[in-house]
Design a protein. Structure first.
Length: 416
């Protein structure tokens, strides 16, 4: 946005900052938060502190840097208010789990390492941020973040670098923070949002999280419906396999459930059904238009009711039937096998169109990441501290949420 557009939204932004940043009690902190949000929203190639301060023509660069890097304000109440406000505005959104790479050139930024990121499509020097976003078909916003700490940054790991203690001290990483799988970081954020009194309509995630049986089991234990993408190697049993066929006559213990044969990869289950089992489903209209009409999003899908297997799920259901789930696969015409797979614990009565619409809902996250990176400077932060990174990502989320609220307000024409 240019300065005129930001000025037009000044009153709305002041009210928003006063609400979302109400926990910032020290003199000047809310003003700095508002100034930082203005800097993020103003046009400009770089959204690091120095060029933002120059564009704002108000706060000194040193003041903004101190607010983000050194001021000890807590991000948790800010993120909580942000999540509460966006959940209300989006009317019961889904939650989407994802992660993104923040490319870096140096080695001093907290948790930077050579690791894989889909942002670059390869192993490269980067940070990896895990996020929870509130999502609907038409709007979304990331509200919580975790910075993934690679094993090279964990003194307890055999893969730690020789200078790990020094690097952690310089980056001000808390002693209790160690290497944790991304799905566990996601689960910690889910528990945090649940603790704030929020619940998702459904949770969606890509295979990086869906492949983890412990993650899916943890969602089920929290009574959270999910539709998560999985790899073709994830295993399951056909629904017909379950109880023993020994009739129960009322004498002695009830016969245990048995799964004598190995579970099969979901790919094999669907190949056995064949492409003839695929049916065309249209799940929504695209934002693109053809001859003035919206383009329908449709493809061919296979649906099966299965019992997902895996050590985590089996150990949680000893002596019981494994729980049922939907196995969904996209199998476009002409393809020799399915191209994408999902597992969902939604009820057996869920309409097929609803299953696909929810499974595909994660696409909104890619839109978010483009906006928060390119437009709002998520990966432009040049500070080198753990606290500074969390402050910056929280402020970026707040700026993104403000713009989203403006777009949702029928009385406001929000700048793109």
């Amino acid at each position: 946005m240019d300065t005129v557009a930001v000025r037009q939204l000044s009153d709305d932004l002041s009210e928003y900052v006063e609400d979302v940043f109400a926990s910032l009690r020290y003199s000047g902190w809310q003003d700095r938060a508002g100034q930082y949000l203005r800097g993020l929203m103003l046009d400009g190639r770089r959204k690091s502190i120095q060029p933002m301060a120059a564009r704002l023509h108000g706060p000194h660069e040193q003041a903004l840097n101190h607010f983000v890097t050194n001021s000890p304000w807590d991000v948790t109440p800010v993120r909580r208010r942000l999540a509460e406000r966006m959940s209300e505005a989006l009317h019961g959104p889904a939650w989407a789990i994802d992660d993104t790479g923040l490319l870096k050139y140096g080695t001093a930024s907290p948790c930077v390492a050579r690791q894989y990121t889909g942002t670059a499509g390869k192993i490269t020097n980067c940070q990896v941020a895990v996020s929870v976003s509130l999502v609907t078909d038409t709007a979304s916003c990331p509200v919580d973040w975790r910075l993934f700490l690679p094993e090279a940054w964990d003194p307890a790991s055999s893969k730690a670098t020789a200078d790990v203690v020094t690097r952690r001290r310089r980056a001000q990483i808390p002693d209790q923070v160690g290497h944790t799988p991304k799905w566990r970081l996601a689960l910690a954020m889910i528990d945090e949002l649940l603790g704030w009194g929020l619940r998702p309509r459904v949770l969606v995630a890509d295979a990086g999280y869906g492949d983890a049986g412990k993650f899916r089991q943890a969602l089920a234990e929290r009574d959270i419906d999910y539709a998560v993408q999985v790899a073709h190697t994830v295993t399951a049993y056909p629904l017909s396999i379950g109880r023993t066929r020994v009739p129960y006559c009322g004498d002695g213990p009830y016969p245990k459930k048995i799964y004598r044969q190995p579970a099969r990869p979901v790919r094999d289950l669907l190949l056995a059904a064949g492409p003839g089992a695929a049916r065309r489903v249209t799940w929504r209209n695209s934002s693109r238009r053809r001859t003035g009409q919206p383009v329908a999003m449709s493809s061919k899908f296979v649906f099966q009711r299965v019992r997902p297997a895996g050590p985590a799920i089996r150990s949680a259901h000893l002596g019981q039937d494994l729980p049922e789930a939907w196995l969904i696969a996209e199998w476009p015409t002409g393809e020799p096998e399915p191209v994408k797979y999902w597992l969902s614990n939604l009820p057996a009565t869920t309409p097929k169109r609803t299953l696909i619409r929810l499974a595909k809902l994660r696409w909104r996250i890619e839109h978010d990441y483009r906006e928060v990176k390119t437009g709002l400077g998520l990966d432009h932060y040049e500070g080198r501290t753990w606290q500074g990174w969390h402050h910056h990502t929280t402020l970026v989320s707040a700026a993104h949420a403000f713009l989203t609220l403006q777009r949702l307000d029928p009385k406001t024409r929000a700048p793109e």
